[in-house]
Write a new protein. Structure first.
Lengths: 288, 288, 288
């Protein structure tokens, strides 16, 4: 008779990593989490809902960040759309980079290392439109609370059936980023990609970041290819980077997947946000 | 088939605050919490029970204080009453200040800023009588564990129907406080108040603190007025303070309430425990 | 409709302790914990499972150690046995010291103070055999992750009905320990014991540690006697220690037990891991 549901994900892999020049065998946590959520029907189409999501390092048992750092949200929704209060991940990110990260859900060492994320997830007030014939818009403001400035997060998702489009914009002071995303499904093939333009997020000046991904499913098997390329920051030479990932997943059930991947990040000498890195991984992901 | 029930409350408001001379717009957490509790029927009227309650800042996702700082209790109850072990909030407080704080449940910026609370909630052993014809008594001791002294917490609640009375006493070394409370219900009106005498809790010497509150309910609406006045500490001139709150609540359901309030604290120049503060708030409280 | 079950234990006692020369009355936490676990049937005898277990001090509400420091495990099991990933307690310990600690489950002040435990519970990969006619084997390696060395944990359990045998081995660098355990049930009597040989775990050189325990059950009552003796470390004179515990438990239900015990640790003058200590305890343990 609880009004809350428990949910979560355990995702661990054994990886052979090469970080800079050093090789190592590690147990890698891939954004494991446990959460509690619920909704209450208030009548007249109105609903109240909450989500509390805790991230942890499944390899050591330690919390990662704040207790409910992944999500701490209270919302009210109805015919008018949804109002959201608290702490939650950027919708601009979900509409673009996360949307095309089909292998391992953008977690762990094969996560998108090049996407520019502006991290102002707390003290956030958002409005999401209802479904407008396939189109959904969301705009959020992070209150400044006498420290720094207001930050903004805007996202659009447009579902045209086989073709799905998205856009995201974030701004926090001088730092800002804008991205466009497309995902196209053709039978067992899915192709996606985004292009992002950011300013002063990880380096000085502006930068273009492009990513393409593809998935082919065959029964319980998934085959993935994912390639990203971020150019130089305009005011920092030799700051470009490339990442590619080859992955195979086998769905033991809807909730549980065994997987293997190889990922490699190559960074130019003055890159301020990533270094040379590669990993071969064998993993298990279990949703509950 | 769990023996534990999940419960909690998300309570967030958007507030325009004036703190000292500085105005600010903030997202305010109001004592959000999540907990786990259960009871086991042992037969013969005997029951074992536990409560674990975690407080957090819903605006940032961070834990507030110790993991189970709000409550960590194991108890055994039966015809003899109840024995409680662990950490839990003062029953003297529940019997008095909390009882009359009908708007927003004594949380957030409109919480009672003047009540003298003696915080020794850990390592506590309590005995609560059964219902003695409307009267319930509880006495608790916080073990000293070789640090400082024993602390005491005593409470009485007397339910006479429309009129409900309470009293609370706490002592920790020199610091002590005693309060008497009454609450009277007359149709849609509820009136309450307490008077407290404390010594050395927030300032040197003794002080009298008085609070009156009233609520009028009309359908799903609640109207609240709440006024408190704490005099000077006997050994500290200009240490008095006043607080008043006007509040409106609309119950979207039994579990979910939207509300607005204005609260104002005015403190004399040498007040050691509060400063000038005011806030206008719009909030949403959701129990689960 | 959650895929996770909540479970846990609250275990608190009021104790009169004498630590060195100092007497004190304390509320004692005895390894209280709350956890979440679940298994998913993947078909064909295959199962995925997880356990997340959080330890806390029930007397103060504070977390003890890492959030999921007691257990953070993802596993896959089937006819081949079980593969386990994450953080979890040594199986060598469960097969020996824990197995014979029948009073209060090896928690709190009456816990086995002399057993040599090698603490490398994180980043662990284990394989457990299926039941081989009463015999189960488990071997685990803790990855070094470029810090220190690999650590190993090996355990065997052999169930012959009334007689149950076990063995455990751990190694982390120079430190290592090996133990053999037997438990014999004869009607209402249960007798158990282990002998352990360790090197460099708590002191320099090697040491022999022996423990014997007995339980007699009569209806809801349990009577316990538990005696341990650890000799000198070979390179440290006067480092021996003795521990004995007398305990009585009354099972209010399968889940809830009231108990009393007296425990006493006597340590020689140069003992590096325990000191003189005694405690008389009255406690309540509630599983949920």
């Amino acid at each position: 008779q609880s009004n809350a549901t428990i949910y979560g994900r355990m995702n661990l892999s054994i990886e052979r990593q090469k970080d800079g020049g050093v090789s190592n065998t590690v147990m890698q946590n891939n954004a494991s989490r446990i959460g509690f959520k619920g909704t209450e029907d208030l009548g007249g189409g109105l609903k109240a809902g909450f989500v509390l999501e805790h991230g942890f390092n499944a390899d050591t048992g330690a919390a990662s960040g704040a207790m409910w750092g992944r999500q701490s949200e209270l919302n009210l929704s109805g015919g008018f759309g949804m109002v959201r209060l608290g702490r939650y991940t950027s919708e601009a990110y979900f509409a673009t980079a996360d949307y095309v990260s089909m292998h391992n859900h953008d977690t762990g060492t094969s996560a998108d290392a090049l996407y520019a994320y502006i991290d102002r997830d707390s003290n956030k007030l958002a409005y999401r439109t209802p479904d407008l014939g396939g189109l959904t818009l969301e705009a959020a403001v992070s209150l400044r609370e006498n420290v720094g400035n207001y930050a903004y997060d805007v996202a659009a998702n447009y579902d045209m059936g086989a073709l799905q489009l998205g856009a995201g914009y974030q701004k926090d002071g001088d730092a800002n980023q804008f991205a466009l995303r497309a995902l196209y499904t053709m039978g067992d093939f899915t192709f996606g990609g985004y292009v992002q333009r950011d300013e002063d997020v990880y380096g000085p000046g502006s930068r273009t970041n492009l990513r393409l991904s593809g998935m082919y499913t065959m029964g319980a098997s998934e085959f993935h290819l994912n390639v990203g390329r971020a150019g130089d920051y305009s005011d920092l030479d030799d700051s470009a980077a490339t990442q590619y990932t080859l992955a195979y997943g086998y769905n033991l059930s809807k909730r549980t997947k065994a997987y293997a991947f190889y990922t490699k990040v190559s960074a130019d000498s003055a890159n301020p946000y990533v270094g040379d890195f590669s990993s071969f991984a064998l993993g298990l992901r279990h949703n509950f």
